[in-house]
Design a protein around this ligand. Structure first.
Ligand code: 13P
Ligand code: SF4
Length: 372
């Protein structure tokens, strides 16, 4: 890249020129190609391989690490991710990251969480419009109204929320630890009820695992709410031997007709330890591609949905993010300090001994769904 390119505003708008697929690039990426070639076409690889080489070089040059969520496409997940995993795993990695720059290959609330945990680091998100229907379903003002309505009731929010919402929160949770966090919060407040915001379906699935009374919000994940129990039953009839693994952002009805329900990391763990012949992951589509690369011999049946927000992150946008140091995520200090407490309390809990699962009905308390 010629000197001066970075400061040329026209070049900035045009985007960085794509590096070429050369024999040297082909050689450097040969081992990776062997791993991913069942999921990526040779034509795609000619564009992706040079970007992977350049991104990995830029990471070293700029002292950056890439935190990649399980929903990233395989070129990102396997090619450039330094730390990969679910929301809880990525938050833990952000908290202990050594590099001076973090590039979040995920959505905006994840980048905010990284910034809140590492205020002194530069946190970049390759596309500022990579949002989340859950994060946009609730505001800090909504949480303040709920707190006024339920004084003394602890507020647990899913990490899929803005930093401003986290700042109004007692403790955060992810789908990997929600039951554990709800019970810890109720105990700390000496109460038997908890506000669990904003995912209504996660709240309903948690309520089946605990005797704590759950007060929920009407947020939904636009990806997981699309799955219906009828779809799953139809797929199970077509593939009677397949193990069906659902995410707890799916409805209770979908969970009821699945074999296992857990966070994305819990699904990975299930496939890696049980090695079923056939499996269906009722979640975002890239998950299956990423796990398939690591578990040859397992056949993935694909009733999946794409997350339009996660799919805004591409190798090219990551490359440009590193070239131009864009787009920097910032969180005001006062918000950050409060949000950090809520995220840190979650991180400080011991990691769950076994991945949380939501498919075994342990309790059946009614869930109050609030909208203020
Ligand atoms: P987890 O990776 O925590 O299971 O979350 C899934 C999700 O939808 C993230 O946006
Ligand atoms: Fe949000 Fe759902 Fe996309 Fe995750 S999959 S980022 S919860 S919309």
């Amino acid at each position: 890249m010629p000197d001066g390119f970075y400061s040329d505003p026209q070049a900035r708008n045009a985007g960085a020129p794509l590096p070429a697929f050369t024999p040297a690039v082909e050689k450097e990426t040969a081992a990776l190609w062997e791993r991913v070639k069942d999921r990526i076409t040779p034509l795609e690889w000619r564009v992706q391989a040079p970007l992977i080489v350049e991104i990995n070089r830029l990471k070293r040059q700029k002292d950056a690490v890439i935190l990649a969520h399980n929903y990233m496409t395989p070129d990102i997940f396997h090619g450039v991710g330094d730390f990969v995993g679910d929301s809880l795993g990525l938050a833990r990695e952000a908290a202990r990251a050594q590099a001076t720059r973090i590039v979040q290959a995920g959505v905006h609330f994840m980048a905010e969480t990284s910034k809140v945990l590492c205020p002194e680091k530069t946190v970049l998100i390759p596309d500022l419009t990579a949002g989340c229907s859950l994060a946009s379903s609730i505001t800090a003002e909504d949480v303040r109204r709920l707190k006024a309505r339920y004084p003394g009731v602890p507020v647990v929010t899913y990490v899929n929320t803005t930093a401003a919402v986290k700042a109004e929160t007692d403790i955060c949770c992810t789908s990997a630890n929600a039951v554990q966090v709800v019970e810890a919060a109720a105990k700390a407040f000496g109460t038997d009820q908890v506000l669990l915001l904003p995912d209504e379906y996660l709240a309903r699935n948690v309520a089946r695992q605990t005797d704590i009374k759950i007060i929920a919000w009407q947020g939904r994940c636009e990806v997981h709410e699309q799955f219906s129990a009828a779809d799953i039953v139809e797929m199970r009839e077509a593939y009677p031997g397949a193990h069906v693994l659902a995410h707890p952002e799916c409805s209770e009805e979908v969970v009821a007709v699945s074999h296992f329900t857990g966070s994305t990391a819990a699904m990975v763990d299930y496939v890696q330890t049980k090695r079923p012949k056939q499996v269906m992951l009722i979640t975002e589509c890239s998950m299956a591609d990423n796990v398939a690369i690591e578990t040859p011999g397992v056949e993935f049946i694909r009733p999946c949905n794409l997350c339009p927000h996660m799919k805004k992150i591409s190798l090219q946008s990551i490359y440009e993010s590193l070239v131009y140091d864009r787009f920097e995520v910032d969180v005001p200090d006062a918000v950050s300090a409060l949000a950090r407490q809520a995220v840190q309390r979650m991180i400080d809990l011991p990691p769950p001994a076994v991945p949380a699962r939501y498919d075994l009905v342990r309790a059946q308390r009614p869930v109050a769904v609030e909208l203020v």
